[in-house]
Design a protein around this ligand. Structure first.
Ligand SMILES: C[S@@+](CC[C@H](N)C(=O)[O-])C[C@H]1O[C@@H](n2cnc3c(N)ncnc32)[C@H](O)[C@@H]1O
Length: 279
């Protein structure tokens, strides 16, 4: 029988190969890929983690003394780094994207926060000493990592107290499936899920605490044009006027409109908070 780590690798690689086949360079997912998407993550409803149950868990984990250290791996523009930093001695944000880290620094400056250190690079490559943070977070990153066991091992080695992973826990592909088939003529290759992550952790001898939380904010778009651009990117479609026109035609009646925004017709977007204490 295949190992969970082997299954994971097959899922991630299959998905990246499919993306590369559809759009040259798309399977690489390096810093430049994320640079182009920094604005989307750095603005709008996903830009702040206030009200997100993960932020409450992290604040509890670092405690009230202000002496703990926090590491955010794949920080993006830093919604969790900035949310936790005022409660710790030092927060370290690791990300391969120059633009994501620039947004994070601007935001920290705006909030008068001066205890964040940014480290540019892929987690696999950066030099961060073992045991450098009490609490380590990796939010919405691991499903992109084919060689996930050493990636998680390094998270563990760097943590003195606790590791947190955040992984989407709803079938986003099922929601996109009619659109994906419409444009690509076949279902998408399945990606690695939070359940696969639990299998990998178990194989590594880790028995985590798992809580699935319901999130409301993430799927808002301010305009139909913004939504079309974001869905075009997520559906790996070319930047062509006829593609945008067709997506506009399909998405316009599909979105729900409230409070001046457009929302995918989902009640919530569940996510899994997966955490464990390190010895
Ligand atoms: C989906 S965003 C999530 C951002 C943030 N953690 C959050 O939850 O808002 C993924 C981020 O992970 C970063 N990333 C991708 N691969 C990475 C890797 N191998 N090591 C570290 N960061 C990575 C990207 O640059 C991007 O900023």
């Amino acid at each position: 029988m295949d190992s969970a780590a082997g299954r994971w690798r097959g899922l991630v690689e299959g998905r990246l190969e499919e993306m590369e086949r559809l759009q040259e360079g798309r399977g690489a997912l390096g810093g430049q890929f994320w640079d182009k998407r920094a604005r989307r993550f750095g603005t709008g409803p996903v830009a702040s983690a206030e009200g997100d149950p993960m932020l409450a868990r992290l604040r509890k984990a670092v405690g009230r003394g202000g002496t703990a250290t926090f590491l955010d791996v794949g920080s993006g523009p830093g919604r969790f780094t900035v949310g936790v930093a005022p409660r710790v001695r030092e927060a370290i944000a690791v990300d391969p994207s120059t633009k994501m880290l620039a947004l994070l620094r601007t935001r920290a400056r705006g909030a008068g926060i001066a205890n964040i250190r940014t480290v540019k690079g892929l987690w696999q490559d950066v030099d961060v000493a073992p045991g450098s943070a009490d609490v380590v977070l990796c939010s919405h990153v691991i499903t992109l990592i084919a060689d996930v066991v050493p990636f998680i091992d390094k998270l563990q080695e760097t943590a003195r107290r606790q590791v947190f992973l955040y992984v989407g826990a709803y079938a986003v592909d099922a929601i996109f499936d009619p659109f994906w088939r419409h444009f690509h003529g076949a279902p998408r290759r399945p990606g690695a899920s939070w359940v696969d992550a639990l299998g990998v952790l178990r194989e590594m001898g880790i028995e985590p605490d798992v809580r699935v939380v319901e999130l409301r904010a993430g799927n808002r778009h301010d305009s139909l044009a913004d939504a079309v651009e974001s869905y075009r990117d997520q559906l790996v479609l070319p930047k062509r006027p006829e593609v945008r026109r067709e997506l506009t035609r399909l998405l316009d009646p599909w979105f729900q409109r409230r409070n001046g925004g457009l929302y995918a017709p989902l009640r919530t977007q569940p996510s899994a908070i997966i955490s464990w204490r390190v010895a």
